[in-house]
Design a protein around this ligand. Structure first.
Ligand code: PLP
Length: 225
């Protein structure tokens, strides 16, 4: 990209076009703290990061009222280092990971808010529970024993394709899982209310299918290389 990035302008533009009730996560991974500050000064408070080390460095120096969403694959050996520093971990993709987040949160005396990541896209390399695994997980006794986890909703990604119908189908599947889980007695109906789907290239389709959290990286900060 050759044009000079107007990050503040893009933040304002997004907040004016995205419907009310939809939260915008500014995905700042791979971008320097100074670019985050430009978005912050334009009023943005929710930022998304996907790598633990990078997140910790930014979290340490940037303003304390930033609400950090962790959106990348989280290795179990790194859980401890981020506990207490996130406002939402969006990418919880296994029972083992939830177990650890629960245990470390208990040790820290806090409750950690999470989303369960669901895998519906065609790509094999994407992370997440398969739909059936999510239901098994929520219905397990083990899940009921996790007192230091608050499941706020689910996160998902559509297949990376130009085929809008395909993308809409993926978002529809994720939305259906969300709706079905909402009535599950093991989840708290008041708290289980976040549906995170949609990125720079497909967020309008996600919002059409009920997303109330969207994760926007390149459309705000430019390309990452
Ligand atoms: C990087 C990333 C995004 C943002 O992607 P853009 O296409 O740059 O908007 C959203 N969600 C997740 C999980 C990501 O890793």
């Amino acid at each position: 990209m050759t044009d000079i990035l107007d990050i503040a302008g893009r933040i304002k533009e997004f907040h004016s076009i995205v419907p009310e009730g939809v939260e915008i996560v500014a995905v700042s991974k791979f971008h320097p703290a100074q670019m985050i500050m430009q978005a912050y000064e334009a009023g943005q408070r929710i930022f998304g990061e996907s790598r633990v080390q990078e997140f910790l460095e930014k979290e340490k120096t940037l303003p304390k009222d930033i609400r950090w969403h962790f959106i990348g694959h989280l290795q179990t050996n790194k859980v401890k280092s981020i506990i207490g520093k996130t406002s939402l971990i969006e990418s919880v993709d296994s029972l083992r990971l939830s177990e650890l987040i629960n245990r470390e949160s208990e040790k820290a005396g806090i409750i950690t808010e999470i989303l369960l990541q669901v895998h519906v896209a065609a790509e094999e390399e994407k992370f997440g529970f398969f739909p059936k695994e999510i239901f098994d997980f929520i219905n397990s006794l083990e899940f009921l024993s996790f007192k230091n986890l608050k499941v706020r909703g689910i996160m998902g990604m559509a297949t990376n394709t130009d085929d809008n119908q395909r993308i809409l189908n993926d978002f529809e599947k994720i939305h259906a899982i969300f709706e079905e889980l909402k009535s599950n007695p093991n989840l708290n109906q008041e708290e289980f209310n976040l549906l995170s789907m949609g990125m720079s290239g497909d967020w309008p389709l996600a919002v059409e299918k009920g997303a109330n959290v969207i994760r926007i990286g390149s459309a705000i900060f430019g390309s990452r290389y």
